[in-house]
Ligand binder design. Structure first.
Ligand code: 8Y7
Length: 261
């Protein structure tokens, strides 16, 4: 899954300043590089980021969705708002990616009515303050139980388990130790009966393990984490900034592991 941001800033320094043409070109380049999905987001959750209204979010997303009707791969829309979910679904979005696991007002209903698959991500706290003091007794068990409860809420709202992807939410209210524990415990999440998504591309976890402060220089570490998540954790979807690099790494891993030759 290639990441395309139409925000004024982003965690990874690739914010495209709300320019639809640049976002469209980036999505097409990622598909050419081998992306099977594109995740499109218009709201930065970075601490201190400018708040974006629902109207602005929709105004940024729609021209990009319209410009990518013929993209050839499904587009997920990263949003926490039910109004944005409805507008995105109307404009051709194929998946809803909600970092609040559809906890927002009306989100379960909007997602169910859309009939689209959903990505449920775990987060402790709120984006602006979640990294101040993350705390868990048993991070894997707590994140697992939270996702199990959100799957149950989805099913009660009419979203079948077959349309749900789960995501432990790396970096969202987690210390380096929590992120490492979740990576090591990733296999456990398959008991939920859903596809598992991992998003660690250029994140602080890579910085914490390497000492590399600049997100743009965390590509090699992100590749190592992606391979680990697939090999040891059985992750089915890897959310990344660097599609060509990740696809090449995965092709080598697949060639070596699956007796294709
Ligand atoms: C994730 C995400 C971000 C993630 C899912 C970044 C929107 C931060 N991270 N969505 N979004 N999972 N499902 O560094 O890990 O890309 S934003």
């Amino acid at each position: 899954m290639g990441i395309v941001n139409v925000t004024d800033d982003s965690f990874s320094g690739d914010g495209l300043k709300g320019d639809p043409a640049a976002a469209i070109a980036q999505a097409r380049a990622q598909v050419a590089a081998g992306a099977d999905l594109i995740d499109l987001g218009a709201e930065s959750t970075r601490p201190g980021a400018q708040p974006v209204s629902a109207e602005q979010e929709i105004a940024r997303l729609l021209p990009v969705l319209e410009g990518l009707q013929d993209l050839g791969v499904p587009i997920s829309v990263d949003t926490r708002r039910s109004t944005v979910m409805r507008a995105a679904a109307m404009a051709g979005a194929a998946i809803l990616n909600d970092i609040t696991a559809l906890e927002g007002e009306g989100n379960l209903a909007a997602a169910a009515e859309s009939g689209l698959p959903v990505i449920l991500m775990h987060m402790q706290g709120e984006p602006g303050t979640m990294q101040q003091a993350p705390h868990y007794e048993d991070v894997v068990a707590e994140v697992y139980d939270y996702l199990a409860r959100r799957i149950a809420a989805c099913e009660a709202a009419g979203i079948p388990r077959a349309k749900i992807v789960v995501d432990p939410g790396f970096g969202f209210g987690k210390t380096l130790q929590h992120n490492i524990a979740l990576m090591r415990g990733l296999q456990r999440f398959h008991d939920l009966g859903c596809a598992v998504l991992v998003g660690v591309s250029r994140k602080s976890m890579i910085g914490g393990l390497t000492g590399e402060a600049a997100p743009a220089r965390r590509v090699p570490g992100s590749l190592a984490a992606a391979l680990w998540a697939v090999e040891k954790g059985g992750a089915q979807i890897i959310r990344v900034h660097d599609v060509a690099e990740t696809v090449q790494a995965l092709k080598v891993w697949q060639g070596l592991s699956q007796e294709l030759y």
